[in-house]
Ligand binder design. Structure first.
Ligand code: FAD
Ligand code: DLZ
Length: 509
């Protein structure tokens, strides 16, 4: 009897384990369902990308002669969840068992675990070997360690993959990490070459119409959707990055410039997380660019570290710590999100820039997410759940396995230091050093108090002071606390007073 093979919207990889297992008479189920499309208010570009990529992927499977059961959004009454879709497929064809590759979110994983009892059939959950580090391998690495730090995990991953190693299995260039060379501010007149844009074919046009109608209230507009929706186009987009942008990626990885949303970033997370790109292939292309002297080592190493270090590390941590990880709130932060998180309408130029491009493209690069919106949320004590939901909603690349550790752990330190050794809290001086945002800002970045003082400044000191109990022993914050203690009691009182005014009028900033 044939099997039912379920392929999810972020499993669009021809070599995924569940397809490797499939035989010719097995039925492949793909379904656009309300529960996945609306568990947060996803940016319209994310839904367009997933639905259009799913439809393109299904078309290729059909061309290959595979039996595909494809459920379009709203086409079949009564199908709201993946469980409903499986029930529908089984009602069409009787199948003896179900197979699926392990999914990316704890929420859906729980639903899938219920299938065997619900459908009275064996359900095989296959390892997602698109990731380089299995859950088991990560757990083994983590076991017995007092602290889980990305840097040590990364070195193990370099040894494991053999990437950027010399003949003696040592790191090329004599060190594992060139991050210190990757913190240059961009000259303000530097113009980045834009990423490749892709026009809408018939499938994407139909999906855009659907999303504009069915998800009208979600962030973004379908009109400027420009991303790849097939593996072939995603690879083309990535090769464009290698040839045009990677050379500057290392140097300007942390830089931000007004009205340059993409700078030298790859935009590849949205493709990779959906399965349109393969991480091994990407790393090989990056290493080859360095070996053929097209890019410097700090660029190649910096990029590979993000992929085999950070990306694999946060995924391992997520599955190791869930479900408790999602419920943490180390600083008891509960302030509601100001409305400019959805509109970008704020006088803070850095926030306006990061949020506006997020609404427009469903994209912001790492430092914008971490040091602008994330930093502001941390300093202002914004509600942890609401911020996590915001990040999960507004970015095209957002899936909980990668979004949650980055938000909860890295940006908000809401896990109390399970992921990061200190909070990424910073005043306006950091933003001014790494961007040209402060130049034409309504607020003055050098001022700490006063009507026009940059809000990040007083909020930064207030954050340290009000969380002294939780952070006072942190070795990496001793200098910051010393600087705070060097201020006179009058200066401290004025800063605290100004921070309190700011916190009471967050909506007006
Ligand atoms: P590039 O700058 O070109 O980097 C290359 C690749 O490295 C990325 O595509 C990504 O796959 C990987 N990478 C880099 N940093 C990280 C990281 N910290 N964690 C995991 N992978 C990383 N990334 C997501 O893929 N999905 C998310 O939902 C997400 N949410 C985030 C939320 C917050 C608060 C923060 C601080 C970071 C988040 N990140 C997330 C990580 C990172 O910001 C994005 O991966 C990156 O900005 C994507 O843009 P890019 O493809 O141009 O990346
Ligand atoms: C993100 C997403 C969306 C918007 N819609 C669907 C869908 O309709 N059907 C589907 O199979 N997958 C979708 N996805 C991706 C899933 O949410 C994703 O597979 C889980 O979150 C696990 O990572």
């Amino acid at each position: 009897m044939p099997k039912l093979i379920v392929i999810l919207g972020d499993q669009l990889s021809p070599a995924i384990a569940s397809l490797r297992e499939a035989s010719a008479d097995d039925v492949i189920l793909m379904a656009e369902v309300g529960s996945e499309a609306s568990y947060v208010k996803h940016h319209k570009h994310k839904i367009v990308l997933i639905f259009s990529a799913m439809r393109h992927f299904a078309a290729v499977l059909e061309q290959q002669g595979r039996k595909v059961c494809y459920v379009k959004y709203g086409q079949q009454a009564g199908i709201h969840s993946m469980t409903d879709a499986v029930a529908y497929a089984l009602a069409q064809t009787d199948m003896s068992e179900i197979a699926i590759t392990e999914c990316g979110e704890y929420r859906l994983h729980q639903e899938i675990l219920g299938w065997s009892a619900h459908f009275q059939r064996p359900v095989t959950i296959l390892e997602d070997d698109r990731f380089l580090c299995s859950k088991e391998m990560f757990n083994q690495w983590a076991s017995g360690r007092q602290q889980l730090r990305m840097e040590y995990f990364y070195r193990q991953m370099r040894r494991y993959t053999g990437l950027l190693l010399d003949a003696k299995q040592q790191p090329v260039g004599g060190q594992w990490n060139f991050d210190k060379e990757n913190r240059k501010a961009c000259p303000p007149d530097l113009v980045a070459i834009p990423p490749l844009k892709f026009s809408h074919d018939d499938i994407t046009q139909q999906v855009c119409q659907l999303v504009a109608t069915e998800f009208a209230d979600n962030p973004g507009s379908v009109d400027n959707f420009q991303y790849a929706v097939t593996g072939k186009d995603a690879r083309q987009a990535f090769m464009h990055f290698i040839e045009q942008q990677l050379v500057n990626f290392g140097d300007y990885q942390d830089a931000m410039l007004v009205d340059q949303p993409f700078l030298f970033h790859s935009l590849c997370s949205m493709y990779l997380n959906a399965g349109l790109l393969d991480v091994r292939w990407m790393c090989q292309k990056v290493e080859a660019a360095w070996r053929s002297e097209k890019v410097s080592l700090n660029a190649a190493e910096g990029f590979i570290r993000q992929l085999i270090g950070w990306r694999e590390f946060v995924r391992g941590l997520y599955w190791l710590k869930m479900p408790d990880y999602a419920a943490q709130n180390y600083f008891s932060a509960t302030t509601p999100l100001p409305s400019y998180f959805w509109s970008g309408k704020t006088k803070m130029r850095c926030m306006q820039q990061a949020i506006s491009q997020t609404m427009e493209y469903g994209y912001a690069h790492h430092i914008q997410r971490l040091m602008i919106t994330g930093n502001f949320a941390l300093l202002a004590g914004l509600d942890v759940q609401a911020i996590c939901d915001w990040y999960l909603a507004v970015y095209v690349d957002a899936y909980e396995w990668v979004e949650l550790p980055n938000t909860m752990g890295m940006a908000l330190f809401a896990d109390g230091g399970e992921l990061a050794s200190k909070p990424y809290a910073a005043s306006g001086a950091y933003v001014n050093r790494m961007s040209n945002y402060c130049k034409n800002c309504h607020y003055k970045v050098k001022d700490v108090t006063g009507e026009k003082a940059c809000p990040f400044n007083a909020l930064y000191w207030d954050f340290l002071d009000r969380n002294h109990e939780q952070l006072g022993q942190n070795a990496r914050l001793q200098l910051a606390f010393k600087n705070w203690q060097r201020k006179t009691p009058e200066q401290q009182a004025a800063i605290k007073q100004h921070a309190s005014v700011l916190l009471n009028k967050l909506e007006q900033l």
